[in-house]
Design a protein around this ligand. Sequence first.
Ligand code: SF4
Ligand code: SF4
Length: 373
Amino acid sequence: MPPDDLTDEADRVLRICTACMYCDGLCAVFPAIAGKHDFTPNDLDYLANLCHNCRGCWYACQYAPPHPFAVNLPNALAELRQRSYADYAWPRWLGAGFAANAGVVTAIVGGVTTLTLLATALLVPAEVLFAAHRGAGAFYQVVPWPIMAGAAAAALLWAVISIGVSAISYWRSIAPRASLGATLRALVPALRDIVTLRNLGGGGPGCNDASEKFSQQRRWCHHIMVAGFLASVASTLIAALYHHALAIEAPYPLTSLPVLSGGIGGVAMLIGIGGLLRLERRADRAPSAAAEVRLNLVFLVLLALVAASGLAVLALRDTPAMGLTLSLHLGLVIGSFVVLPVSKAVHGVYRSMALLRAAIDRAVPRPRRGGEE
Ligand code: SF4
Ligand code: SF4
């Protein structure tokens, strides 16, 4: 659908919903539209990212096709959500990366990984690259620490700046007029909604992961994946502490904190990703947007490659295969950082901001018609 049609369709459906409100209680979207009759483009960008695509309102809707109203709120908001990722991307030209996401991500991550492997093969003498290294500093005999840390940090800095500027631009579009006090009061409820994924709960019984049956599978798979990711980040931070503060160089013993945290984190990520991919394969496509499904799949596969290659480094670290495995993992990590601003990762930032806006709106009672509070 051309952009104007997307806006018109979301506006049409939301007007029906705001008159109906049967789904009030399913998620934060319905309290946010209660009593509203006009939706500005900024309102639509806010609501699109507030929706968690739990599909509850699709299966509950008495006006869904074949009813002539043909209400499909999850699809209308998912289409807008995809467009908002491109609209707020910084630099602006990055927005095009969302349209052909699989090709862009494959080309960039594949290119960075190939370059990293080539550079390793050309610059590291074969007797070092294919030797079994053991003991402190083994990894850095293949890829020196300043190169490893410097390349990863530069790629991550790019992602943080790009996503940060996009996030500021999005927040300026959706921010409500509220005092600093109201904003601060909203922080804890917003954080609770972000961390617990309350809006994937369908108001209690769960969301419609694959059909009209309720389930908490998507919510739990997401929790497991994020917990695994955070454990992997913790592993990197603890390893950096060991390196800089304690002057102990990797690789660390299997029972050390960085290895336990990274190993458990990598396995948890793969379990969560596997569950999410299975749900995505079984999901009813009608309440989704095809572009969003593609974005989800690309990001999940990318995360799985990073996690699996990290575990491979752990498994092969005492063997002659460590050098190339480490180089492969490093290339995948750097490539992933480079494509973060055009990946599904951005949904976490926009959705968190939409949840903060919803929490602020709950903290500041909306004036009723006639100006009464
Ligand atoms: S999705 Fe359907 S049932 Fe739910 S509020 Fe909208 S129109 Fe009503
Ligand atoms: S799909 Fe779920 S989260 Fe989105 S509007 Fe419907 S009930 Fe709310």
